[in-house]
Design a protein around this ligand. Structure first.
Ligand SMILES: *Cc1c(COP(=O)(O)O)cnc(C)c1O
Length: 349
């Protein structure tokens, strides 16, 4: 698709890796690349990050197979199933997030694992009180299972008191394994950005980073947004004053004008929020809001571009006022929501 694409700025991702290193005093980095590397393309992102990070982490085996690196790949809880343990991939690290799995594994099982401590999320995990016996059991019954790490997930970073308590629970659980279990981690993006959490998590030596790696967060702390969506008008169409434009005649031309056609729409998830059904009052308020305060999502330079009507399946109509057919427009959408098939250009500078 030459008329709609996503540029991924690899130098910005490198900048973000360096920021993580700075903030955490050089802790090891597990680059979280689940969800197609947060929408930026797992193959391209892992190939680039290979030389800068220590591990990758994904949500399931299918994603692990797409990683373009020989580095070890942590399979995060909770989507990994028992059959996954039979994989012939030799660079995956399994998360052990429940004791029952040990009943199913053969004593000869030869794998590397990280143990997942439930410090409050209650999605999965081994309770802090059970960790010691789980470790003991693995050491006694599974000669070829290497316990390479132990971690927990801080799932509510905006609540300071709750999260500090969680970090303390985790510390209490793993402190005696410092220097024995090689990798201890709990900081995700939100918590890496918070100096109180960083300090409290001094005892850890590894971080799991997703959002800040790609610049979805941390922009006020030196992290850089690593992507941009762009489009060129595919076509223009002349409309006389008073003519209607697009589905449902939602837009009526106030004067003679040119309408531009952009080559993306609902299938790329553009305008997804507009299709949500709300009540009438909400629609009225939204109409007033949009009328009074125009909040553009398509830009020509710094100027907002008017969308005419609603996005269609694979096109979006705009006013060509001040734009020509050669203009490159910037589209303000999130890669996490955009269709993964949108063409990516990986740019090194
Ligand atoms: C997704 C995920 C992360 C990464 O979170 P960010 O906030 O994007 O850094 C870390 N740990 C686990 C267990 C995750 O599932």
């Amino acid at each position: 698709m030459k008329n709609f694409w996503c540029d991924v700025y690899l130098d910005k991702i490198k900048n973000n890796v360096d920021r993580i290193k700075d903030l955490t005093n050089n802790k090891k980095i597990i680059a979280v690349v689940k969800g197609n590397a947060y929408g930026l393309g797992i193959e391209g992102i892992t190939e680039f990050l290979d030389q800068f990070v220590d591990f990758f982490a994904v949500g399931d085996l299918e994603e692990a197979k797409r990683v373009k690196s020989q580095k070890e790949i942590l399979l995060l809880t909770p989507l990994v199933t028992f059959t996954d343990f039979n994989t012939d991939m030799d660079n995956v690290i399994f998360t052990i997030d429940n004791e029952a799995i040990l009943d199913k594994l053969s004593p000869e099982t030869s794998i590397k694992v990280h143990l997942y401590v439930d410090s409050g999320m209650n999605r999965m995990g081994i309770s802090p009180e059970r960790i010691d016996s789980v470790i003991e059991r693995i050491q006694n019954e599974f000669e070829n299972i290497i316990i390479d790490g132990i971690y927990t997930h801080l799932h509510n970073g905006s609540d300071i008191k709750y999260t500090k308590n969680q970090i303390n629970i985790f510390r209490g659980t793993v402190e005696k394994y410092i220097g024995i279990i090689p990798h201890i981690h709990c900081l995700n993006s939100t918590c890496t950005l918070n100096s109180e959490y960083r300090q409290l998590a001094e005892f850890t030596n590894t971080v799991r980073s997703g959002n800040i790696l790609y610049g979805y967060d941390g922009l006020n702390q030196g992290f850089k947004k690593a992507y941009g969506f762009y489009a060129k008008p595919v076509n223009t169409h002349f409309v006389k004053k008073g003519g209607y434009v697009g589905y449902g005649c939602k837009y009526k031309a106030k004067k003679d004008m040119h309408v531009g056609v952009l080559g993306f729409g609902n299938i790329e998830h553009f305008g997804f929020n507009k299709s949500v059904k709300h009540n009438v009052l909400y629609d009225i308020l939204k109409a007033i809001y949009n009328h009074v305060k125009f909040r553009p999502v398509i830009f020509s330079g710094n100027i907002g571009v008017r969308i005419l009507g609603t996005a269609n399946m694979n096109t979006t109509l705009i006013s060509m006022n001040g734009i020509n057919i050669e203009s490159i427009l910037r589209i303000d959408i999130s890669p996490i929501l955009a269709d993964s098939s949108v063409e990516k250009n990986y740019i090194t500078n």
